[in-house]
Design a binder for this molecule. Structure first.
Ligand SMILES: NC(=O)c1ccc[n+]([C@@H]2O[C@H](COP(=O)([O-])OP(=O)(O)OC[C@H]3O[C@@H](n4cnc5c(N)ncnc54)[C@H](O)[C@@H]3O)[C@@H](O)[C@H]2O)c1
Length: 354
């Protein structure tokens, strides 16, 4: 089925990525870009140059019935209002991350979607980044076993434009943290029980520009996420410690990592020397004998391909009743509760139980 797309906010993401996905799929006949609502004349002019309709009035834009899908790509503080108004107008909505500014706003957006019967999608496209896909493949194929600890870092998300301003709900946790936390919540897919964090304003006077968040899943897996907009040298992107092996992915957008696993492992009883007041004596202990392998990963023929548009396919298939929503509401809620708990923990210095 063909879906017309209207864009609220036609800046970097709206006129760049989202427009291009719809334009590229015009021939595939499932999407077609139709109209733009933006507060800036320059962005409306760009829309007209591309053959789209341009509106400076939101109500008129929303009453245009040539499109049934709205992409919300405004600064974060407008997400809730734009999403709810579009849903009320009978449109399905693809809303950029972060979904909103608070859990309360997200509940309002979900409730509006349920009441109107129109779908709401949160655009967590980094579920399709290559470095994450490699980690997910290792986990899904059982190669890592249960994960004890997963470390995920991204440094270099300089807070440009409205990301640097408090009233636009900027900050590094909302900008990059929301992606990295979402990836892990999606991967482990268990409730989260506690959060500890250190979130601070290093250079930016208004919003957080560096944060480390540690959260623990009910099954015991611990995640440590570090994001920074002030320290630009890359940290290692992923270090995943599983019961069967360890996977490192060095940098964002890298397809290959390093995997270490035991080709053989056995626990053996052995005599060891211990010491008392009067000298040495023999005690028994168990020691692990392992033969460790080190390979370039993936090593099983899996082709890692970055395909953010796969999320679009899922969203359109969900509207058409052919798929289940990939970015589930319970995951969106969990990611937000982690971020809110991170701010609280950083203020009090205490672990926050969810
Ligand atoms: N998923 C991703 O990978 C990704 C990447 C970058 C940005 N984003 C998200 O996309 C959103 C937009 O970011 P951006 O980088 O495109 O910002 P931007 O500043 O380049 O674009 C925002 C656009 O919204 C317009 N706008 C502002 N207020 C408006 C309003 N009230 N009504 C209508 N239009 C309004 C602006 O004129 C501008 O054209 C943010 O929520 C951001 O977090 C997501």
């Amino acid at each position: 089925m063909k879906h017309g797309v209207g864009f609220i906010g036609y800046g970097h993401m709206g006129s760049g990525y989202h427009y291009q996905v719809a334009e590229d799929r015009r021939d595939a006949a499932d999407l077609v870009p139709v109209a733009v609502y933006d507060v800036r004349q320059s962005q409306r002019d760009l829309a007209v140059e591309r053959g789209l309709k341009a509106y400076d009035d939101l109500d008129k834009f929303l009453s245009d019935d040539e499109f049934d899908v709205v992409v919300v790509a405004t600064p974060n503080n407008f997400h809730r209002e734009m999403t709810c108004r579009a849903l009320e107008a009978g449109k399905h909505v693809i809303c950029e991350k972060p979904a909103a500014m608070t859990s309360g706003e997200i509940e309002e957006m979900i409730a509006t979607s349920e009441r109107t019967g129109k779908k709401l999608f949160i655009h967590q496209n980094r579920r399709f980044d290559v470095d994450f896909l490699a980690v997910k493949h290792a986990y899904d194929t059982g190669r890592l076993g249960k994960i004890h600890t997963i470390e995920s870092n991204f440094c270099g998300g300089t807070l440009m434009g409205c990301r640097a301003f408090e009233d636009h709900a900027g900050g590094i946790l909302f900008d990059w943290g929301v992606h990295l936390i979402d990836q892990i919540v999606y991967l482990i897919d268990e409730p989260v029980k506690s959060v500890w964090a250190d979130v601070y304003k290093e250079k930016n006077p208004e919003v957080d520009d560096r944060a480390t968040v540690i959260f623990t899943f009910e099954g015991g897996t611990k995640a440590k996420v570090t994001v920074s907009g002030t320290f630009l040298a890359p940290y290692q992107r992923f270090a995943v410690y599983g019961e069967k092996g360890v996977l490192w992915m060095d940098d964002i957008y890298e397809k290959k990592g390093t995997f270490r696993e035991a080709k053989s492992a056995q626990w053996k009883k052995e005599d060891a020397i211990a010491y008392g007041k009067d000298g040495a004596f023999v005690r028994q202990q168990e020691i692990l004998e392992e033969d460790l392998d080190r390979v370039e990963y993936p090593d099983d023929g899996y082709e890692v391909n970055q395909d953010w548009a796969a999320l679009y396919t899922n969203m359109i298939d969900t509207i058409d009743g052919k798929a289940e929503m990939l970015v589930r509401y319970d995951q969106v809620r969990t990611v937000f509760r982690i971020i809110e708990a991170a701010f609280e923990s950083s203020k009090t210095g205490k672990v926050v139980e969810l």
